[in-house]
Design a protein around this ligand. Sequence first.
Ligand code: PMP
Length: 427
Amino acid sequence: NRPAPARASARPAADPSVQNFETLPGYRELRLQRSAADLIGLGNPFFRVHETKAGANTRIAGKSFVNFSSYDYLGLNGHPDVNAAAARAIEEFGTSASASRIVAGERPGHISLEQALADHYDTEACVVMVSGHATNVTTLGALMEPGDVIFHDALSHNSIVTGAQLSGAQRRSFSHNDLDALETLLGATRHEHRRALIVVEGLYSMDGDAPDLAALIALKQRYDAWLMVDDAHGLGVLGRTGIGLAEHCDVDPRGVDIWMGTLSKTLSTCGGYIAGPSALIEYLKCTAGGFIYSVGLSPPLAAAAEAALALMHAEPHRVERLRQNGNLFLACAKKHGLDTGTSLGLAVIPVIVGDSLKSVTLSDRLYKRGINVQPIIHPAVPERASRLRFFITSEHTPEQIRETVDAVAEELHEIEKGGSLIEQLMA
Ligand code: PMP
């Protein structure tokens, strides 16, 4: 005689307006935005299917485009040496590391890539992980804990903020690139916490500007904090030979405690890495969940990234060409009076138009002229900072850059001539 099962009606009634994917926060706004764009005939600028390798040029829906949406900054994706290294690794090791490196063991390519990256930053050691995003999340999560404090730039990448949240440490952001604000925060609050970490990026991916590394090192010494630099966009871009932020600022890279980077940009594969003292790397390899409980980097990706790093070192003219292209874009944009914010004119150049609808419209008009560039709109940036963001590569030609900036200026002028887009739509 089993007890009768509890009657369904005895359970609290589920609230259908909550237990429904369509009521998730922001989803309704997303659909509304899309419907409004459809209504006025604007195509979706996101998730476009590229039918070929997407570097400086691409093909979408059978049509050729000049492409500004790829951070293959030095054009190494698909380079014959990079492809050959990946192909050799596939021949020998297959396509997967097949389990966490703790369990499935190392492949020679993990060790040699980590050594090459450690040499690059002149650090004792390095560890590579399967995703750049996960590298930041798991490193910050493993390194810091409640009672500690993380100071980070207000424009930090989502992976830095998420990692800081995961750590349980106190999180304090300072306004973008404002080291006086950072010093004020350090002075006011550093003493309340046990360990402190300052996190900045080498080249900021929305604004294309860089922090003053020498000043940051002085601050971290004065306030007894660690300094972590996410140089995801700096590698291959900053400094005469593309070493990154340290070379750009003419500072010894050993002044930084933790170098973070990704394999997905200049190194044209995917994955992330941390380079630093051996104790740090050993600690992460035994405690960072995103390393221990995740598969090892796939052997062909490790081999391809190592080949790309070697090419970057062997062919500094790629870095120089990228710099010339970025400088040309910036000079043309300034000539046209476009707002490029604080961009240094290297690999990342925004054209700030200050209105989401205007940004999407401008991107759509350029697309119709054979230029693929994405709008960055609220909530990724504040509404007044809505923009098109151009990723420049060493493989763009000067003509492509001049023609693109001319097209941006012309189309923006056309849009603005008509007055407010909202008023035009309501008319
Ligand atoms: N850090 C920064 C500064 C980034 O811009 C990104 C992504 N573009 C990441 C980390 C994450 O890297 P990945 O895309 O390789 O996962």
